[in-house]
Design a protein. Sequence first.
Length: 257
Amino acid sequence: MKNLGIIGCGWLGNHIAERLSNRYEIFVTTTSESKIEEFKSKGYHTTLVDFPDAQSEMGEWEVVSQLDAIIITVPFSGVRGMQISMKDRQENVLKFLGDYKGQLFLMSSTGVYPQTEEKEFTEDDQPAENVESESFITNTFPNANILRLAGLMGGQRLLKNYNISNLDLLVNHIHYADICSMVEKMLDHQSQGKVYNVVAPIHPNKEEIINAQKDLPYTGERTTKGRLISSAKLISELDFEFQYPDPRYFHVVGVSE
């Protein structure tokens, strides 16, 4: 059985670990002592570590040489993808990775794209070398995969459960199950040096989604207001089929179209 490391195992990392735990020995890091026993009960090897926004005496992860793949889910781009410099945190993570040689993934954000409605953005519109929160990894690990995640949804993360404004805006959302499927496929294919927008290919507006989740009809017209992110590259290159292509149905268990 291969070994998979997840640095910063929060909500998404936990879903990925659960999806892959029958195929990989799971090694995780957490900043919370309260989670150590929870992760151990699931059979994960757990390291308590923080990556402060200040320089620290960070050592190399003691298990790094044993890992076939590592997924980094620690945020580096600030709230909603804002490009806030986190150079010290970045340096601490690089120290933690040491001279790692295996497959590497960095979870980034579609927030790296400008807030404009002029077109549907593709990966070529914002090369990783131009994004501080991504280039720090690719400069050191040129074969790292960059996954730009849209708004994370699924489970209890549904729009109907939040106080939402700007209901006419189109959305860029992704269900966690599709992220897990995509990561698994990239692991199997031994993908290297890829940059992908990870976003459901259908973009309803917020009101459409909320009404669908509340089992209410939607009588308005689909707007064209809002920035759109394209997932065409990952669909083409990975022959990827979304289990949840339409955010209106993220609440329906096992849906696919």
